[in-house]
Design a protein. Sequence first.
Length: 122
Amino acid sequence: MAGNKNCCQRCRQENRDRVALEEDRRRAQQTKADLGQVTGNFKKWVARQLGAAGQGALWERRFDDNAITRCIELAAVVQYIHNNPVRIGIVGRSEDYFWSSARNYSGVKPVAMEIDRLTEML
């Protein structure tokens, strides 16, 4: 009889846990939806403030994360980041941009901050 009572208590606890978990999932989905709506409203507001409403895409598409799994991918991402100031025309060479870690990689002084170079960690 005692074993049967423990089994029933365990089943009730499992049911309570399952209900609580489902409620947590529902709240998480609602929070995600709420944040999406807030973000959408903010983007519309910014577009109106800039006078860009209805003139095409002001915002880039949603961010997709891509895990870096190989050294060559990491090197490509570092190079891409270093070239951002060059790509948008702020400087002619990436190491000329004071706030870029490209200065650290190329040995240009002074640097904005000392860093551990990723290539040394590989």
